[in-house]
Design a protein around this ligand. Structure first.
Ligand code: EPZ
Length: 425
């Protein structure tokens, strides 16, 4: 296995270009199952997770090819409807094939994803939603075995919690159902807007984009898509925070500032300078420019447009370098503090109690390099940020977590002046 080595203490300076969003690419790749023919997706990141879902589609009979960041996916020969455990266990987002398979074939057998480091990650909202549309779902031997005779029948679905992939799965099921489906308390993440734009382009009829109430009028068939993946707001947020942690100054290019409403305000509250344009964000935390020390700022993770849970670990790393005490409240997942123990090994002063963490910032020189271990995707990026800011050498093991969601991170950080490389464990 490989580890990441960082010689910390260097400010990130310069420019970085953001890749396509992982959490948009996954549902949009799954949505190509809805219509036979060749779909074209632009700005698709090349990540461990996108390779996994493409392997899953291949196992269903689909063929694809990549040309730079453009994917051509031919879903004409959809001959199988089973997603095996050994594929799904590596990426729970594989459950996103359930909706399209039921819509296209009336049949789907998908392994239950099981939990992961950050929580139990159940899919009960997905299953209840499919059952409302007339699907029979049997849970046996760790699989969801779902089927329906003919087309699904539109209905009203209510989510207790605005589930992101739950909303996406039910959207993809409803677009080919008979009649109208209403999804209440739907998630409003920008990745769902990206999926709605793709489906509308394929001939679907969907009202309520960007609201928590979606109304889908089912159609008989859809045609292949030609659409573009939105920029990855979590990758952009990760680099913004990394510049803050290292006291640097940079331009984040090819991003969409409107997708980061909460983070940008929180970073401004720390004293960082943030300037937004249409598709770039200028960020400065240059202490010499009188941006002074980082102020401590509380965050509470919430569904979009609230503060994103996927940027909680990264912000915590930043706050370990602040000049005061702050509170971080994680309301989405039950176990998303796996990075705390590793940050403490680097000298951070953090106390947790259930879903709450109290961070006593120790100033810009508060961290020192150490060997640490990545446990999940966003925790690993939190350790990278800490390593970039810390004095001395940090070694991060199990960086396959990082490669699930950050394209060419070593190259992008190196261009920003970081001293970072990979070594064999
Ligand atoms: C999506 O996961 C993202 N993944 C996650 O990003 C992100 O953290 C999460 O949304 C929240 O924003 C993708 O889009 C591929 P949820 P998802 O369903 O859809 C509970 C990353 O780092 N719930 O919105 O699985 C659930 O346990 C990943 O890129 C149920 O109880 O999350 C959680 O507490 C990590 N039953 C809450 O709802 C269900 O059927 C929100 O989960 C579904 C969810």
């Amino acid at each position: 296995m490989e580890k990441l080595v960082i010689q910390g203490g260097k400010p990130l300076v310069g420019e970085v270009r953001i890749s396509g969003a992982k959490n948009a690419a996954l549902p949009l790749i799954a949505a190509t199952l809805l219509a036979p023919g060749t779909h074209i997706l632009h700005n698709v990141p090349d990540l461990r997770d996108t390779r996994t879902i493409l392997k899953l589609l291949e196992s269903l009979g689909i063929t694809w090819r990549r040309q730079d960041t453009t994917l051509m996916i031919d879903s004409t020969h959809l001959t199988f409807s089973e997603a095996s455990y050994d594929l799904v266990k590596t990426m729970r987002a594989s459950v996103l094939v359930l909706g399209p398979l039921l819509a296209r074939l009336g049949r789907a057998k998908v392994s239950l994803p099981g939990g992961c480091a950050i929580g139990a990650r159940p899919i009960n909202f997905h299953i209840t939603g499919f059952e409302k549309l007339g699907v029979t779902c049997r849970l046996e031997n760790g699989y969801v075995d779902a089927e329906i005779e003919g087309r699904m029948q539109g209905s009203t679905i209510y989510f207790d919690i605005p589930s992101v992939t739950g909303t996406e799965n039910l959207l993809m099921a409803a677009v080919l159902a008979k009649g109208t489906t209403v999804i209440k308390n739907a998630a409003r993440e920008p990745e769902i807007g990206n999926l709605i734009d793709m489906l509308t382009g394929m001939g679907a009829e969907i009202q309520g984009r960007e609201t928590d109430r979606l109304e889908i009028c089912g159609v008989e068939r859809l045609s292949p898509a030609d659409c573009t993946i939105i920029p990855d707001r979590i990758e952009a947020g990760t680099y913004l925070i990394a510049v803050g942690a290292t006291g640097g100054e940079a331009t984040i290019k090819g991003c969409n500032p409107a997708h980061l409403p909460s983070l940008l305000e929180k970073l401004r509250a720390t004293g960082m300078e943030i300037k937004e344009n249409a598709d770039t964000i200028f960020v400065s935390a240059d202490r010499r420019k009188g941006n002074g020390k980082l102020r401590s700022v509380d965050i509470k993770t919430m569904p979009y447009p609230g503060y994103p849970t996927d940027l909680q670990a990264q912000f915590m790393a930043l706050m370990t370098l602040s000049s005061g005490v702050c509170v971080i409240n994680e309301t989405i997942f039950e176990n998303r503090f796996m990075h705390v123990g590793e940050l403490q090994r680097m000298g951070a002063d953090i106390r947790t109690n259930g879903h709450t963490a109290v961070i006593n910032g120790k100033g810009a020189d508060g961290l020192c390099g150490a060997p640490v271990m990545a446990t999940d995707l966003r925790a690993s990026s939190s350790l990278v940020i800490a390593g970039l800011a810390a004095s001395g050498r940090t070694e991060i093991s199990r960086i396959y977590h990082l490669e699930r969601g950050y394209e060419q991170m070593v190259d992008k950080l190196t261009r920003l002046g970081a001293e970072v490389w990979k070594e064999q464990e």
